[in-house]
Design a protein around this ligand. Structure first.
Ligand code: IMP
Length: 464
């Protein structure tokens, strides 16, 4: 018997995943890699995500098109895991054109296997949220219903839009049959779908995107099998919002925004990975409902809306939210904020297989500690739960109905990061101490450190 060992030389593949509940600043590390990338892939989610880009000095918010589009020559792919809202895609293409990116249509590719998010999904998102007792606090972008159709096997693929008008109409008709019953039942006459009219519109959309549609698998293989190429996968949402590893069943998005869904959504396998980078902030934030055990008190009502307050009445969570500018990029909603939670952090490392971590907002938290928090900042290292101290993130709260509370914390004096700091060695000692304490607990090196709002405000450590 003999064995044949095939040594495959492959592209470098960097995967960027959110470490908590989203909005960690994934775009900054994505931008760092986009500079050296050949292909940037968006793998999951839809227009619920959002990142801000500066192109030719102008600000643009992209929800669907990968941020790599801002870098000349970089090819971008919307992968098969995405729920694609074409109205928003067209708007983003136009915004890019207006900013002088004239070749976006040539550089953007769309997997034929991506799910098409239809207008009725947005109507359903509103309706479901209205009917729910445990409100998710969705972004109302139709995400849940689009993935629901996918899982129900009634989803519409990008490929369907390229089929004949009659076939497309038949697929839409099948998909909306039950939705229309619901719309009629709830008196939502305007939402009732006319399959023919919608098929005509989306058939025309199909014509518009036809040139961009690719066979996702083969397209990505063309890069993966070329050792000179670099691929970057821009994760959307985060580990704790994943339908697989987050706060199920209610307080999650409807795709697997952790590593497994991100890989399959990008037409990749785990064997293709070079590096998984988990992105955190030096504190935590959450927009929408759901557990948040280290949340700081703030003037927010149960639906996450700001309750008006006089400046002198600001609670500590209000102060951190203001200091950090924590308002949603997609919905503008004020975000809930809290202390960095080692138990969330370590869980996310364990279930994502991260190689490295990034900590953003290191400037914000050091300054906040000094100016608003009595001089220091804490990270939570254990909870008090059911009368005991525990050092893991519990999911059985579903039936215990008890709420874990921060128990042990480590407090570190604040710091100021001077302009012009470029290396880890030059960071203030307390900032380094903060990083080193966290590294010890979460078990992966913190290779990337965000020290300001600009993409260039990123320290990349060479010592780890
Ligand atoms: P959906 O994805 O719109 O269904 O919303 C489900 C939950 O995920 C809600 O709590 C949203 O606020 C949250 N969510 C969805 N996308 C993002 C994101 O990109 N950042 C932060 N939270 C998000």
């Amino acid at each position: 018997m003999h064995s044949i060992k095939v040594i495959r030389k492959k592209a470098r593949v960097f995967i960027i995943i959110g470490g908590a509940w989203g909005d960690e600043g994934k775009g900054k590390v994505a931008a760092f890699y986009a500079k050296i990338a050949d292909l940037v892939i968006r793998a999951t989610g839809g227009a619920n995500a959002g990142h801000t880009l500066y192109i030719n000095g102008h600000k643009v918010a992209l929800h669907l098109i990968p941020g790599g589009i801002g870098y000349p020559g970089v090819i971008c792919l919307i992968g098969q895991g995405v729920a694609l809202d074409l109205d928003i895609l067209f708007q983003e293409m136009e915004d890019l054109r207006n900013l002088g990116v004239l070749d976006a249509e040539e550089r953007l590719k769309i997997s034929g296997m991506a799910t098409v998010l239809m207008p009725y999904h947005k109507e359903l998102d509103e309706l479901y949220e209205r009917m729910r007792e445990n409100k998710v606090g969705t972004t109302k972008r139709g995400i849940g219903p689009a993935y629901e159709d996918k899982v129900k096997r009634d989803g519409l693929l990008v490929y369907h839009l390229l089929d004949s008008l009659e076939n497309l109409e038949a697929v839409i008709k099948n998909a909306v049959e039950r939705h229309n019953i619901l719309f009629r039942h709830y008196g939502m006459k305007e939402a009732v779908v006319d399959p023919h009219a919608l098929a005509v519109k989306y058939h025309e959309y199909g014509e518009r995107i036809k040139k961009m549609v690719v066979d996702g698998h083969n397209f990505v293989r063309g890069y993966v099998d070329d050792p000179t190429k670099t691929i970057v996968v821009e994760g959307a949402q985060a580990v704790m919002l994943s339908i697989e590893t987050g706060n199920r069943p209610n307080y999650v998005t409807s795709s697997d925004s952790n590593i497994n869904g991100t890989l399959s959504g990008a037409h990749l396998s785990w064997k293709d990975i070079t590096e998984v980078i988990l992105i955190y902030k030096a504190y935590l934030s959450r927009v929408g409902n759901g557990p948040f055990y280290t949340e700081l008190p703030a003037h927010l009502d149960a639906d996450g809306n700001l309750i008006p307050f006089a400046p002198e009445e600001a609670k500590i969570g209000d102060k951190l939210r203001e200091a950090a500018g924590e308002y949603g990029a997609t919905t503008g909603r004020p975000r809930r904020v809290g202390l960095y939670d080692i138990l969330v952090g370590r869980y996310a490392v364990e279930v994502s297989g991260a190689d490295y971590a990034c900590f953003n907002h290191m400037d914000t938290i050091g300054k906040f500690a000094l100016e608003s928090n009595g001089g220091s900042i804490s990270v939570v290292t254990s909870y008090k739960y059911r009368g005991e101290e525990i050092n893991y993130y519990p999911f059985d709260t579903i039936y215990t109905h008890e709420v874990p509370e921060p128990c042990s914390v480590i407090s570190i004096p604040g710091w100021v990061i001077e302009k012009g700091t470029h290396t880890y060695e030059d960071l203030p000692e307390n900032a380094k101490k903060f990083i080193e304490v966290i590294e010890e607990y979460i078990g992966v090196p913190v290779k990337y450190i965000g020290i300001g709002p600009k993409n260039s405000d990123l320290i990349v450590r060479t010592d780890v």
